[in-house]
Design a protein around this ligand. Sequence first.
Ligand SMILES: Nc1ncnc2c1ncn2[C@@H]1O[C@H](COP(=O)(O)OP(=O)(O)OP(=O)(O)O)[C@@H](O)[C@H]1O
Length: 300
Amino acid sequence: MANVLDIQGLSKRYGSVQALDQLTIGVPQGSIYGLLGPNGSGKTTTLGIVLDVINASGGSFRWFGEPLSKATKRRIGALLETPNFYPYLSGEENLRITADVKRVDHSQIQRALEMVGLATRKQNKFKGYSLGMKQRLAIGAALLGDPEVLVLDEPTNGLDPEGIAEVRQLILNIAAQGKTILLASHLLDEVEKVCTHMAVLRNGKLKAEGPVASIMATNDLVFISGGAPAEQLLAVAQSLPFVSEARILNHQVQLVLQTGVDSSELNRAFFTQNIALGQLTVRKKSLESQFMEIIKADKA
Ligand SMILES: Nc1ncnc2c1ncn2[C@@H]1O[C@H](COP(=O)(O)OP(=O)(O)OP(=O)(O)O)[C@@H](O)[C@H]1O
């Protein structure tokens, strides 16, 4: 599966604050990719940089394998902040204004309204919409232009439980139509329920990345380093039959062992290849606690 977005060593410094520190991640085409982390972990900064509203201090990124350009921007729809809709205009009238701003043909409005489930309420005034409907209209606005990728920052923030459920379902529906979605969230529960892939950020650093099923699986997540360059450790890890996933992360190799395999087996396997691992850390998996461990552990 090709990546729609590749971020390589991205860094951002605001004065003394290192908001992002050498972030390297890839967003696979067709995925719902969650950037998960507590407040201030660098999620909005990351989205701002890849959408060209914040300048990076270092690193690079590519959309669809190309540098960001007018043409690539047209393939991306984004919702970073709640747009200012006019309360006394209808949902449809508001989208007409957005379409004009985005220079998108009005013929696309109906489809966007249908996609966000507001076609039957399009003539109602915005001010009468529920919180969930307001956010769905905002997502509808981002869908104008029929982008291949949708970028959403904390899409359920401030919503009531009903609105949260509506917006989560909408995200799943949009992805089912073949679009890739990149979203930021501070809610583990949300990422787990909605996303196919995730990256965990803390203090601007990547703490874990991969398919949600493997990050959240009950299998242990193992981090190894030392004894050989990370690339060599990765190659060895990938050749081991009991390693189900391996990737380089912050100069370490993050891997998932198959069920029932003990990490000491890993150590032995490396030893037989004349590599004495400098460090081997096992993070026991259990959803919430796993996430808490990932975001608390500053050593990695
Ligand atoms: N314009 C700015 N000037 C100075 N510091 C900033 C600026 N924007 C963000 N920061 C700092 O950079 C760090 C990362 O912020 P960012 O908003 O990217 O995090 P976040 O994970 O999106 O959190 P939140 O959900 O609270 O927005 C934080 O320490 C924040 O205070």
